[in-house]
Design a protein around this ligand. Structure first.
Ligand code: GRF
Length: 200
């Protein structure tokens, strides 16, 4: 019996270069799935333009200061449920999600972080890696749990930090790694995970 094509939702906050890598990988059939939604918490995120250019539905859900993490996550879950994603991909989404949300999407909610986790959780990773004179850095794709940048690691890719690296040059090379690793991981999850292929 033919299986339905899995659906992916991508959550972004900014320029969306990882989103673009995922769009490209769907278009060139590396990822056998459809992107059913791109959602941003930032109405001016350039990634929204990338989605529109690729004819992908977009939604914007802004969190104002008065809204709790729990209420924001509940509203997000309601929007997502309309698009029935099999996999929810965080790609530079700068909003921490509630425990209830993370539980609801357990096993199908993934994130990419620009360090070799568990080292250098949080922001400004490249500055901190260079200040600590690390010889290696890299990227990590992991399942999301309620702790930021925690959760079971799915895949990592590493590179050498060069003596002449600045945060900017390191970031550029890390981004290039991300653009290869994230589509590869998503393709594998879509192809290998029975939960993601269970829709007959
Ligand atoms: C990436 O470096 C990712 O690891 C981090 O946020 C950044 C998003 O970049 N979580 P972009 O918006 O995909 O260009």
């Amino acid at each position: 019996m033919l299986k339905a094509r899995p659906k992916i939702a991508v959550l972004i906050s900014g320029r969306g270069s990882n989103l673009q890598a995922i769009i490209d990988a769907v278009q060139n059939k590396q990822i056998p799935a459809d992107i059913s939604l791109v959602l941003s918490n930032n109405p001016t995120a350039y990634g929204l333009e990338r989605a529109k250019l690729a004819n992908i539905p977009t939604e914007v859900l802004v969190k104002d200061k008065a809204t709790t993490r729990e209420h924001y996550s509940q509203a997000l879950q309601e929007i997502l449920s309309r698009y029935e994603p099999d996999l929810v991909v965080l790609a530079g989404f700068m909003q921490v999600l509630s425990q209830q949300f993370v539980h609801a999407f357990q096993g199908k909610l993934i994130n990419i972080h620009p360090s070799l986790l568990p080292a250098y959780k949080g922001l400004n990773t490249h500055e901190r890696v260079i200040a600590a004179k690390e010889r290696f850095s890299g990227v990590t794709v992991h399942y999301v749990t309620s702790e930021v940048d925690e959760g079971p690691i799915i895949a990592q890719s590493q590179l050498e930090v060069l003596p002449e690296d600045t945060p900017e040059t390191l970031e550029a090379r890390i981004h290039a790694l991300e653009h290869t690793l994230y589509p590869e991981v998503i393709a594998k999850l879509v192809m290998n995970n029975p939960r993601l292929l269970s829709k007959e």
